[in-house]
Write a protein that binds this ligand. Structure first.
Ligand SMILES: [Zn+2]
Length: 584
């Protein structure tokens, strides 16, 4: 993919795959390689490997693999040119002016740039309004009353959208066409007619930034009793609610450092927690956590404390989030604040120290769920059954068998279950784990024979003698008919041509299963590669070849051939048997 001398090639030469992938996956050194939990399939023990020397990655579980660009393309779901740009930026390599794009790409890009620009204009408009207008001063007083000081207001870019109805519109209209105004989500169109007006009016505005810190949307809270209390930007070409976590752009470093995240519901909560000095907080901005948000978060940590509102909607959201997080192998704890308080309210009333203390004591999610179940009606058999049914799916998601059975016992005790049926339901749930992801056998690469594996490794790495090895294999056509024939062919060509052997380029020439076998071989632990071993591998292949031929000759003899034909076959058989005896 990366042509020699091209920009892509230069980026690839300079990029450190361990560092780039390390931004998405927590990698630990294991021998000469790095290992971590695969971001492409669900797993408990790491089978995702990164090879720092060959600059490739490979997952022994699900079989994905490739170079740094392939990885970024898969993770970011972006095309190749975009992946080059991402890798270059991550590695501090200057990106040249983009090549000519297709008209459509160009139009989309321009549109995104304009939309982001409009949000910048809106942001400066909103922040100016907060301080300078009489309306804005009321908003500021309200914020101060909520404990948001001038510093905090500035730090989080909080602003105010005035009640006028078209003040922002008048500013934007001079520069941007109507269609784009509406697409930005900042301006709305009257349902009946053509009249445009400001979407946000008489509201406190909170800028919502994407992962790289660019403002792409606003969350707005009504100042008075206007309904709805919260009004946010709609989905636009630059903003998708389920793909964004509020405050992630500022929380990144703290998330990596602390290796856990506090997940709250809204931006006010996130701001309150961050102000309490806990900066590894993100908000889902909506009641339910979405799958893309979890994937986004898993690039930074897989440990979460869920701190949603304790109201009914918040409880449901907490439970839905627990399920999703567990499915993605997160370690989950739950903080349910006393007095039905959300984090913002609690910190305002009880102080940050009280919050941090409770945060540290947050129980594992199972404790939280048992407490929930205990509040159900447990006086009847049916009530108890409901409570158990509520808990069963979670028990099944506990990864460790012993832990599962421990929890089953605890649940039985805490819910005072004596009915043998309910007990046995729990015990059954503890014994099995239905949600476990099993890799289908056909997904596992064909296991090439050891001799072939060694030869492949030598052709790829033994620079001192691989030319001789390739020559001998090619001369005797020893690779023909082998399971690994295609891999060997792909390797022999560049070796004989005196070209460097690039694992990813070889991989690109192979189908998926062969590529998988090839990468697996490259990741195997290996002792020293010697010519003596190469010779014995060649001998082994010759032997195998002779055995195959012998079997064929034997079949020929048994097929009752004509006289001369039979004589030739018998001679051939003698010859092969002699050869086989000699190589034994
Ligand atoms: Zn995998």
């Amino acid at each position: 993919m990366a042509e020699a001398g091209s920009f892509a090639d230069r980026v690839k030469q300079q990029a450190d795959i361990v560092r780039v992938i390390g931004e998405y996956v927590q990698l630990k050194k294991a021998g000469q390689n790095y290992r971590g939990l695969c971001p492409f399939h669900s797993e408990k023990s790491p089978s995702f490997n990164v090879h720092p020397v060959r600059q490739i990655y490979h997952c022994f579980g699900c079989g994905v693999g490739g170079d740094v660009f392939k990885f970024v393309m898969e993770m970011e779901k972006c095309p190749f040119p975009e992946a080059i740009r991402v890798v270059a930026e991550k590695c501090g390599i200057a990106v040249p002016a983009p090549r000519e794009r297709s008209p459509e790409e160009r139009r989309e890009n321009q549109q995104r740039t304009l939309l982001i620009e409009m949000h910048r204009v809106a942001q400066s408009f909103f922040t100016k309004n907060l301080g300078n207008t009489s309306e804005g001063k009321v908003a500021r007083a309200y914020l101060e009353d909520r404990g948001l000081t001038k510093d905090v207001i500035e730090q989080f870019g909080i602003g105010y959208a005035p009640s006028g109805g078209d003040i922002l519109l008048r500013q934007l209209k001079t520069k941007y066409p109507d269609k784009l105004l509406v697409e930005s989500g900042l301006i709305s169109r009257e349902q009946s007619g053509a009249r445009l007006f400001d979407r946000f009016r008489r509201r406190i505005t909170f800028p919502i930034a994407n992962e790289s810190g660019k403002i792409v949307a606003f969350g707005c809270r009504a100042l008075g009793d206007d309904m709805p209390k919260y009004l946010n930007s709609p989905e636009t070409p630059i903003y998708s609610k389920s793909n964004l976590l509020y405050h992630l752009d500022r929380a990144k470093d703290a998330l990596r450092r602390s290796d856990f995240a506090i997940l709250v519901e809204g931006y006010m909560d996130a701001i309150a927690v961050a102000r309490a000095g806990v900066s590894n907080v993100v908000a889902s901005c909506g009641t339910a956590l979405a799958e893309p948000q979890i994937k986004l978060l898993s690039r930074f940590t897989r440990r979460v404390i869920v701190n949603y509102d304790p109201d009914t909607a918040g409880q449901t959201a907490t439970e839905r989030s627990i399920t999703l997080l567990l499915e993605h192998d997160f370690e989950v704890r739950v903080l349910a604040l006393p007095g039905k308080a959300d984090p913002d309210k609690f910190i305002r009333e009880q102080g940050k120290d009280a919050y941090i203390k409770l945060l540290k004591e947050s129980p594992p999610y199972v404790d939280y769920l048992i407490a929930r179940a205990r509040r159900m009606d447990l006086t009847t058999g049916e009530g108890k059954r409901n409570a158990v049914n509520f808990l069963l799916p979670y028990v099944q998601k506990i990864p460790n068998r012993l832990l599962r059975s421990e929890w089953a016992t605890r649940i039985a005790q805490q819910l005072r279950l004596d009915e043998p049926v309910l007990r046995s339901e729990l015990a059954k749930a503890a014994a099995e784990r239905r949600s476990e992801v099993k890799v289908k056998p056909e997904l596992i690469g064909r296991s090439a024979k050891p001799v072939e594996r060694r030869i492949i490794r030598m052709l790829a790495e033994a620079e001192s003698f691989r030319l001789e090895l390739a020559y001998q294999i090619n001369e005797a056509k020893l690779h023909v008919g082998l399971e690994t024939e295609k891999i060997l062919t792909a390797l022999i060509a560049p070796v004989l041509g005196g070209e460097p052997v690039q694992s990813t380029e070889i991989g690109a020439k192979l189908d998926d299963r062969d590529r998988r076998v090839f990468f697996e071989i490259l990741f195997e632990d290996s002792n020293e590669l010697t010519w003596e071993e190469a010779e014995s591998c060649i001998e082994a292949l010759k032997h195998r070849r002779a055995e195959h031929e012998l079997a064929e000759v034997q079949r020929g003899i048994e097929a009752n051939p004509t006289g001369p034909e039979l004589r030739a076959l018998l001679e051939r058989k003698q010859d092969l048997m002699k050869r086989l005896a000699a190589s034994r």
